[in-house]
Design a protein around this ligand. Structure first.
Ligand SMILES: NC(=O)c1ccc[n+]([C@@H]2O[C@H](COP(=O)([O-])OP(=O)(O)OC[C@H]3O[C@@H](n4cnc5c(N)ncnc54)[C@H](OP(=O)(O)O)[C@@H]3O)[C@@H](O)[C@H]2O)c1
Length: 319
């Protein structure tokens, strides 16, 4: 079987007109090596610079990642590049609730946007996403004075290019998709070697013309580092049966000489309905490692051997 992606292979981000690489980079842990309020470390700024330089086209952040330290690190990385993104590079971020009060309405989204512009030094984001809208009801978020009205305003004013919805519970994400307001959808931890619960919805979203970002193909790290005491999946302690499944998966990987993280990444890359797969990192060398993992040639028969392991054990219940 051929590798699933080449270094400069681009694909459309749904109907947005944007082009993305099959792999994108997630900045959720970037900048957290320094306390809140302190300037980004040299390593964080350098990681950001490398992330924004390529070979991958899209970097995904959020107002709330590291209480703003992720965007601040990206701002420092961008400053090292002269304040301008290299040609073709995209920096996406997300609107977040007020982390103190939980407020997530029209005014809060406008403030969230201003904070993001100040930290990054950019005045426009090609993709701007509603992030984890859990402190407000769907009806309030969609209603007059709600968070989504501010997103639409920012888009109509040209401050942002396209709108996305980024969250966990699939029924909630699909409800937002159903409004027709969003051109991009981000799901995470639900289309991986350990959890396939988003598979049908990912197909349906792609069929509707949405760009689909699949985040956390490593489940937040477990499928990159392998099972260890204290391992988590989707940011929660991983139950013993999950660790047992990953051990069996790792054994199949060894048998076929496929690194576990290459299998985990390419599992997502193989899905043509996924526009791009987000790999989270906070160290510069990972960008090149990720490219190598994405290009690793996986032998015929490997995926059948993985399927022989049966249904993965991770279940998000009602999601
Ligand atoms: N609600 C949302 O909107 C939402 C939720 C989840 C994720 N996301 C997006 O999706 C992105 C990816 O998710 P994620 O970062 O949570 O999880 P992930 O990509 O599954 O895993 C990231 C973790 O794996 C480690 N890692 C990456 N490559 C590795 C390698 N080659 N070898 C060993 N370890 C490796 C990283 O460590 P290092 O830091 O040491 O590189 C990091 O701890 C996020 O950054 C974010 O942009 C969005």
């Amino acid at each position: 079987m051929q590798a699933q992606v080449t270094q400069d292979g681009l694909r459309p981000l749904g109907r947005t007109g944007l082009q993305v690489s099959a792999v994108s980079l997630g900045a959720s842990t970037l900048g957290q090596d320094r306390p809140q309020g302190e300037p980004p470390s040299e390593q964080a700024a350098e990681t950001a610079r490398v992330m924004l330089t390529g070979p991958f086209r899209l970097v995904d952040s959020s107002n709330s990642y590291g209480q703003g330290r992720s965007e601040a690190a990206l701002g420092a990385g961008l400053a090292a590049l002269g304040g301008t993104l290299p040609e073709g590079q995209l920096l996406a971020t997300k609107a977040d609730r007020d982390l103190t009060t939980g407020a997530f309405d029209h005014d809060r989204v406008l403030r969230s946007f201003e904070e993001s512009t100040r930290r990054t030094g950019l005045d426009h984001f090609p993709l701007y996403q509603l992030h984890d809208p859990y402190t407000v009801s769907f009806a309030d978020a969609m209603g007059p004075g709600g968070a989504v009205s501010a997103l639409v305003r920012l888009r109509d004013e040209g401050a942002v290019g396209h709108l996305g919805i980024a969250a966990g519970p699939l029924s909630l994400v699909d409800a937002y998709v159903g409004t027709g307001v969003f051109d991009v959808v981000l799901t995470h931890n639900r289309y991986t070697l350990l959890n396939r619960s988003a598979a049908d919805l990912i197909d349906a979203w792609a069929e509707r013309g949405l760009g689909v970002l699949n985040g956390a193909a490593f489940g937040g790290g477990l499928l990159a580092r392998g099972p260890r005491p204290g391992s988590t999946y989707a940011y929660e302690p991983a139950p013993a049966e999950v660790l047992g499944f990953v051990e069996r998966l790792d054994a199949v990987c060894r048998e076929w000489d496929v690194p576990l993280p290459a299998a985990a990444l390419q599992f997502s890359l193989r899905n043509p309905s996924v526009s791009t797969t987000l790999v989270g990192t906070s160290v510069p060398g990972r960008v090149e490692q990720t490219r190598v993992l994405a290009e690793r040639v996986i032998p015929d028969g490997f995926w059948d051997a993985v399927e022989q392991l049966g249904t993965p054990p991770v279940d998000f219940g009602e999601d």
